[in-house]
Design a protein around this ligand. Structure first.
Ligand code: GLN
Length: 584
């Protein structure tokens, strides 16, 4: 197993995750099987209890793990399905060590940060790196380890110590450390001091930089690179620049241009590995497709999509949603022009308190070609989302409701089509007369960590739903599988009434009690899903739900559906063809 450790200095939030994912992608293009581990030094066991406005979105994994959003980057770039254990937190490590202590595994000994916590970290990395996470179901060859935060933080010290020991444990040529630093430009001058200090701090903590990736607005002058190399005691070729670039999908190209893959190859002695020729050519194809897909086309026509949400203040709260929209826009040959609308600004209360904001929000919504209401928790902003859903339904604007957004579509129909005044979700008013969305126990309302309905669940398309656009987007199949994260669901007692006014619950769980998909028949595209299909969208394979929404918003839905059907026929043809040749 080879390891690529990506650490950061100077400041956080400069794209360490993208650099880590891009390095993984470059390795994957050589035919290697790549996995990833993200280390978050906070004390929370997982990201499930963190607020989106503080930490950004909570990324949901296939197994229901509630993780840091960087795992989403890995899954999207490397086409992986990671596990809950691929996200290490201080909370998880201490929990595991304390549980062992209580069991008596360390009986008679004093349990300490060094060596018990540091050993637990190393064991965890070595064990999890081996878990198969791609479609080959085989053990990976390379593991990317991203250390969150910046070296020098008190919280990350046990991890830094563990990784210092780990470097020696795995031996020469098996671990390479990319340190991501930041070069600010002050009065036009590239400043190297922060990088020098960061590297000094890193070395004094015991970590050795094999490569320094400098984030900067522009490509560094040669003299600056020289200066960094000299003052940080590395060679010129060990310094790469990651300048600001039009799309983050081009970062792998930028790194490849500067010879990163070559450096990794040398440092990890990759030429000693024998990679099967089929995987080598698969890797080459992947690289060709990637380059073709991410090339910027300045002439693309923009598509305006309104995102009506409640965590607008921090766009990272909707990271996977944005990415899924981007993937779909690329596929539809359009440039995504995302228009952020704070749901509260659409509400009557805002008209009274600040009419300018209210009218601005409405004018933004009304020019959009599609409207998406993403997930969320709590009642703030729901009234505004309900209004947006009503607008989209009545004006036949493509609408996509994700989780809370689906519940909103149901609340809207109950209020305005069934005439249930004040209809709402039990989450927002436990005593409301018409609770059209209720708590359906699978988890708990008292214990908040890891107790929602989480992870991949199957949705069964109901018989008679052959007309459904969503179903066609999933290849006319009878089942779709997507990841979930919610406590509340559509109240089964209201289904009959809601279906009478045109809401078709075309997808349900295997018991038929949980409503998974709602779709309007006489509408260009009005779909609500209880799941979060954004978590399975990939750069080269957009989520069918999002692709459908984007295609409807850009007027190419029929064409996209036709293509999907065509592809399915081809795949079936190939399978049948193969059978035939065996037969003859
Ligand atoms: N708050 C809603 C629920 O718990 C929706 C959750 C979400 O959008 N992820 O069911």
């Amino acid at each position: 197993m080879k390891y690529v450790l990506v650490s950061g200095g100077v400041i956080s939030g400069i794209g360490k995750g993208i650099i880590a994912s891009s390095s993984g992608l470059l390795l994957k293009t050589t035919g290697l099987k790549v996995t990833a581990i993200k280390i978050d030094p906070y004390l929370n066991v997982d990201a499930g209890t963190l607020g989106p406005l503080e930490h950004g979105e909570c990324f949901v994994l296939k197994d229901g793990g509630e993780s840091d959003l960087d795992l989403g980057n890995y899954e999207r770039y490397l086409n992986l399905n990671l596990t809950n254990e691929n996200n290490i937190t201080t909370g998880k490590i201490y929990k595991a060590v304390i549980e062992r202590e209580r069991k008596g595994d360390y009986i008679g000994r004093t349990v300490q940060v060094v060596p018990h916590i540091t050993d637990a970290i190393q064991d965890w990395i070595q064990r999890v790196a081996r878990i198969p996470v791609d479609d080959s179901s085989e053990e990976p060859d390379v593991c990317i380890i991203e250390l969150g935060g910046t070296v020098g933080d008190i919280e990350s010290m046990p991890f830094v110590e563990a990784l210092t020991q780990f470097r020696y444990k795995v031996g020469k040529g098996n671990l390479v450390n990319i340190h991501v630093s930041y070069v600010p430009i002050i009065h036009g001058e590239e400043k190297t001091k922060p990088t020098q200090h960061a590297i000094k701090q890193m070395r004094s903590a015991g970590l050795i930089p094999d490569l320094i990736a400098c984030r900067c607005e522009r490509a560094l002058d040669e003299a600056t690179t020289q200066k960094i190399a000299r003052s940080c005691q590395v060679e010129f070729k060990q310094v790469v620049t990651v300048r600001d670039i039009e799309t983050i999908y081009q970062v792998p190209l930028l790194l490849e241009d500067q010879g990163l893959l070559h450096r990794l190859r040398e440092a990890l002695m990759l030429d000693q590995l024998s990679i099967p020729p089929t995987l080598v050519s698969k890797g080459e194809d992947l690289w060709k497709l990637w380059k073709k897909t991410v090339v910027t086309k300045p002439y693309l026509e923009p598509v305006i999509i309104a995102l009506v949400g409640k965590y607008i203040a921090l766009p990272d709260s909707y990271l996977s949603v944005i990415k899924a929209l981007e993937h779909s826009a690329m596929r539809c040959n359009r440039k995504l022009n995302l228009c952020w609308i704070d749901a509260e600004h659409l509400e009557d209360a805002t008209l009274k308190s600040d009419p300018t904001i209210y009218h601005k929000a409405w004018s933004q919504l009304t020019v959009a070609s599609g409207c998406i209401c993403p997930g969320g928790f709590g009642g703030r902003g729901v009234a505004g989302m309900v209004k947006a859903a009503k607008w989209a339904r009545e004006c036949k604007i493509p609408y996509l409701g994700i989780c809370l957004g689906m519940q909103v579509a149901v609340i809207e129909a109950a209020q305005n089509l069934c005439g249930y005044k004040g209809a709402t979700s039990e989450e927002f008013d436990a005593n409301a007369e018409h609770r059209v969305v209720i708590f359906m126990p699978e988890g708990s309302k008292e214990i908040m960590g890891g107790t929602m309905r989480l992870g991949t669940k199957a949705t069964h398309f109901q018989s008679g739903s052959e007309w459904s656009k969503l179903r066609a987007l999933y290849g006319d199949s009878s089942v779709m599988e997507e990841r979930h994260r919610h406590r509340y669901e559509v109240n089964p007692d209201y289904i009959e009434e809601l279906e009478k006014v045109g809401l078709n619950f075309i997808g349900k769980d295997e018991t038929g009690k949980r409503m998974e998909v709602v779709e309007l028949k006489e509408h260009p595209f009005f779909v609500g899903v209880q799941a979060h299909p954004e978590f399975t969208s990939r750069v080269l394979a957009p989520s069918p739900t999002y692709l459908g929404f984007m295609a409807a918003s850009t007027g190419c839905l029929d064409q996209v559906i036709q293509e999907i059907r065509q592809q399915k026929k081809q795949v079936n043809g190939l399978v049948n063809g193969a059978e035939e040749s065996v037969h003859f």
